[in-house]
Design a protein around this ligand. Structure first.
Ligand code: AMP
Ligand code: ZN
Ligand code: FE
Ligand code: FE
Length: 277
């Protein structure tokens, strides 16, 4: 068993990189990919824990991009996470995130909510902070009953405390992953609400831009949906990947390795990724 889509405390997961690896070992996963949003800071300690617990750790990242009005997520596998090409781009994204976090929190505070950027930074010292951390803080203070409610009432697009952030264009995102030696893979392709024709057009465009694979196994996807995505991937000669998108307590219904219980990512997906590398 493997899981190629995992978040840690370096972004909006609730388990540290070492804890994720320990959990992976405990449930018998042979490999996991660390794919935090916009950061590679969790990879070193996950790799070290992987050696100790005999879990293969694939270095990765997940970058949000903008394409034709859609918020598309691109996974980058086997990136050289020390690459000089990569870090300035991530810094640009993180700086914009930080400015946005401050504005969201100022607005909440000026409306009387007890929240500050200092407390968020103190609580999440080595973390790329985003809306999920603000949502969790609103939950802990009792302003909402769940992270989902924090989004639906406060932080989601169209709600009073939503602010946009800057996204890298799709082409730039794929380029930077490849310049850092990585394999660019389209994450959860059914999350973008394309109809089937537009999905195929989008996948073709992304492939032409240099994407080399797509996620075909994902907790919410039925066997039929995964088979549909697999057939497109095979037809288009795209690599297939799969993973839980594990976040720990922020997405409490998703478990490492098995998603909502029945997810099972074939080991051969990792073999194919390695061969491509
Ligand atoms: P950010 O990158 O700071 O804009 O936050 C985006 C992240 O928030 C996504 O990756 C999701 O994990 C999470 N998210 C977005 N919308 C929701 C929602 N309605 N409920 C729970 N989590 C959400
Ligand atoms: Zn996330
Ligand atoms: Fe994603
Ligand atoms: Fe993810």
């Amino acid at each position: 068993m493997i899981d190629l889509h995992v978040h840690t405390t370096a972004s909006d997961g609730s388990d540290t990189p070492a804890e994720v690896v320990e959990k992976a070992a405990a449930i018998g996963l042979s490999a996991i990919a660390i794919t935090d949003h916009d950061t590679v800071e969790g990879i070193d300690s996950a790799m070290a824990a992987g050696k100790e617990h005999r879990v293969e750790v694939v270095p990765g990242i997940e970058i949000s991009t903008e394409y034709a009005g859609h918020d598309i997520h691109i996974l980058g596998y086997y990136i050289d996470y020390a690459s000089a090409k990569l870090q300035p781009v991530l810094d640009w994204v993180i700086n914009d995130r930080n400015a946005r976090n401050e504005k969201i929190i100022e607005k909440l505070a000026s409306d009387g909510y007890d929240i500050s950027i200092e407390e968020l930074k103190a609580k999440h010292p080595d973390t790329v902070i985003g809306r999920p951390h603000i949502a969790e803080c609103l939950l802990e203070k009792g302003y909402v009953n769940s992270v989902a409610q924090a989004f639906s009432e406060f932080l989601a697009k169209g709600r009073p405390y939503f602010l946009p952030r800057k996204y890298l264009p799709l082409q730039r995102t794929i380029d930077v992953i490849r310049e850092a030696g990585g394999i660019a893979v389209i994450a959860h392709p059914l999350q973008y609400r394309f109809d089937n024709e537009d999905l195929k057009k989008f996948l073709k465009t992304a492939k032409d831009m240099g994407a080399e694979g797509m996620e075909v196994i994902y907790p919410k996807y039925s066997d039929e949906q995964s088979a549909f995505l697999s057939s497109i991937a095979d037809y288009m000669s795209l690599l297939k990947t799969g993973g839980s998108d594990y976040h720990g307590s922020i997405k409490p219904d998703i478990k490492l390795g098995v998603g909502m219980g029945a997810m099972n990512v074939p080991d051969e997906y990792l073999d194919m990724l390695k061969r491509r590398r």
